[in-house]
Design a binder for this molecule. Structure first.
Ligand SMILES: [Zn+2]
Ligand SMILES: [Zn+2]
Length: 366
């Protein structure tokens, strides 16, 4: 189908203002970034054209695309413009768009679903069961280019005073921890332990505080990450996971354990620490991907009456709520970004992201 047919994008101002080709960043899978010209189509029905202003680099971009293409079938990278964490400004709307207007600032939910299946109807495009499901930067062009065609339904308004870099973070990592923390209903009565202090773990502390949690402990094994996390002013204590963290939790909580924990590491030992650190009727959310977890079912789960919740990304609705929450409290996840690069230096940006022990890397556009 020709998606250009019938668009309202034929006016002269649009044609003169927006190019028909642009330079996009692609990931060949050998630890390099390729900058090359790519066509810029016009938005079709239900689509908007965004001027990209920020585009985050995620751990998944490094591990599953940049270092080597991993994943078969639907999960695989299809040689598109990379970047699944875009934020930008609407410059034009295709036919049928009713919610967004030119000039709107948006973050983009990183997967476009069919909009019709059960998960899509709940806003969880991540769980879309249709063959048309496509993640930006994986199966359809993503945010590492000056412009992006996005489905209107995947765009979340970015309220003032949030920045575009905040928006790029909301598009993936921080949305993921928001979902996990709301699922275990963290609140002001909780002390929270976060295991794994990469950008997502640090974001968990920021979101937990936005949700009213007053005491947040972190645990990590990498010294650079511990140091980075200590400097963020988000953790009451950052524990060295190599040095009996459970004894430290015992001491910090006067022997009770914490009410809630979230694992952002995906590491078996860290998951066990998060589980064993819980007090009776504590709640654990698992966010970190991959690997295994060993449970002492009776001691650690049944007799302690623990709740364990899995969480995968978030919904469009969750992203919207999160953006509003952060804006109301004037909280900026962009402070977790350690380095920013212009798109013309995307190669350097990926090198930095792949080599960094702590903090997040983001592409920014004028
Ligand atoms: Zn991501
Ligand atoms: Zn669907």
């Amino acid at each position: 189908m020709d998606t250009n047919t019938g668009t309202n994008t034929s006016d002269a101002s649009f044609a003169s203002a927006v190019p028909t080709a642009m330079t996009g960043a692609f990931l060949p899978g050998d630890g390099t970034v390729e900058l090359r010209e790519t066509p810029l189509p016009r938005p079709g029905p239900g689509q908007v054209l965004l001027r990209v202003r920020a585009s985050g680099i995620c751990g998944s971009d490094i591990h599953y695309i940049y270092n080597g293409h991993v994943g078969e079938g639907g999960a695989a990278y299809r040689g598109v413009v990379a970047g699944h964490e875009p934020a930008g400004e609407v410059v034009h709307t295709g036919p049928g768009c009713e919610r967004l207007r030119a000039g709107d600032r948006v973050a983009v939910y990183h997967i476009s679903g069919c909009g019709q299946c059960d998960e899509c109807s709940r806003g969880y495009f991540i769980g879309c069961t249709s063959e048309s499901r496509a993640a930006y930067g994986w199966q359809r062009d993503g945010g590492h280019a000056p412009y992006l065609i996005a489905d209107e339904r995947t765009c979340v308004l970015l309220p003032e005073p949030l920045t575009f870099v905040d928006g790029a973070f909301i598009a993936c990592g921080i949305g993921t921890v928001y979902e996990a923390l709301t699922r275990i209903a963290v609140n002001g009565a909780d002390r929270l332990l976060v295991t794994g202090l990469g950008p997502v773990g640090a974001a968990a502390a920021l979101v937990a505080r936005a949700l009213g949690v007053r005491t947040v402990y972190g645990a990590e094994v990498v010294p650079e990450r511990m140091e980075w996390a200590r400097g963020l002013d988000l953790f009451d204590a950052v524990l060295d996971s190599r040095d009996r963290p459970l004894e430290e939790i015992d001491r910090l909580t006067a022997g009770t354990g914490v009410e809630a924990a979230v694992d952002c590491s995906g590491h078996p030992a860290a998951r066990t620490t998060a589980l064993k650190a819980l007090r009776v009727r504590g709640r654990l959310a698992l966010v970190g991907e991959g690997g295994q977890m060993t449970l002492d079912v009776s001691d650690d789960v049944l007799h302690k009456q623990v709740l364990i919740s899995g969480s995968w990304v978030t919904s469009v609705h969750g992203m919207t709520q999160l953006a509003e929450l952060l804006a109301r409290q004037n909280l900026h996840p962009d402070r977790l970004v350690a380095e920013r690069f212009p798109q013309s230096q995307a190669g350097r940006a990926y090198e930095a992201a792949a080599g960094r022990a702590a903090g997040k890397v983001c592409l920014v556009f004028d």
